[in-house]
Design a protein around this ligand. Sequence first.
Ligand SMILES: Nc1ncnc2c1ncn2[C@@H]1O[C@H](COP(=O)(O)OP(=O)(O)OP(=O)(O)O)[C@@H](O)[C@H]1O
Length: 260
Amino acid sequence: MERRTEGNPISPLFELSQVSCQFGSLTALTAISLQIYPGERVALVGPSGAGKSTLLSLLNGSLVPSQGQVRIMGHNLAQMPLFKRRQVQRQIGTVYQQHHLISHLAVVHNVNAGHLGRWPLWKAVWSLVWPLQVEVATRALAQVGIADKLYARTDRLSGGQQQRVALARVLVQDPVAMLADEPIASVDPERSREVMDLLKHLCETTDKTLVVSLHDVNFALSHCDRLIGLRAGTLLFDCPVAEASDRLFQDLYALPTATS
Ligand SMILES: Nc1ncnc2c1ncn2[C@@H]1O[C@H](COP(=O)(O)OP(=O)(O)OP(=O)(O)O)[C@@H](O)[C@H]1O
């Protein structure tokens, strides 16, 4: 569906047309078509194995579909040479449940890893000796509330602080969209709220699109404006949060019956 602002069409940031993903004999996604527009906060919800992480991998270009077409900022990555594909991928930041930080390095180095796609090798190596762009890293850490941890060893931080370092790394990358794959899985309710508040705040204040996979539908309802429900690799619903109903979630999470 085309969107317009003041009469001008807006291009989708992500566009999937009849996308299917196959892993061997397993079909992880089947004929998914959707668009995500700049500034949206989209929650991907659905039971385990529904295809949420697979969809996120398509959106950041780390996976290409078996069938159909994925366009990221208008580009079909499957048809682009590697270096051009990387340029598009740098526009998309992803935070994972496992933060993928290098634990024995100081925080500043992990944050600076957000520059790696743009920096030449010599600069990346030099920065490990003499950290570069410290002020950018400090600003990103301030945005996530841990500016004082710049030179702390990463593995001396709490799990929540490490998650903030991972977010700061994405901020220095300065992507147009942030993808988050179950950022609050296996954390306590208080920290879940903190992380979700932070993600929402960062996307609002830095004008970024957010696509987040969540098991907790309450956070999807309170922190996002659109819900995409996946079940067994198919799109069950795609609606504004205001239109979500208990019935939708019952259908989404219903256990399969012996005959279904
Ligand atoms: N690299 C892979 N190789 C083989 N199968 C895979 C791969 N990645 C995902 N799958 C399978 O695809 C299906 C969808 O997985 P996916 O991780 O996208 O689901 P999910 O909704 O994110 O699940 P969860 O909520 O448990 O993380 C699952 O059956 C999974 O086992």
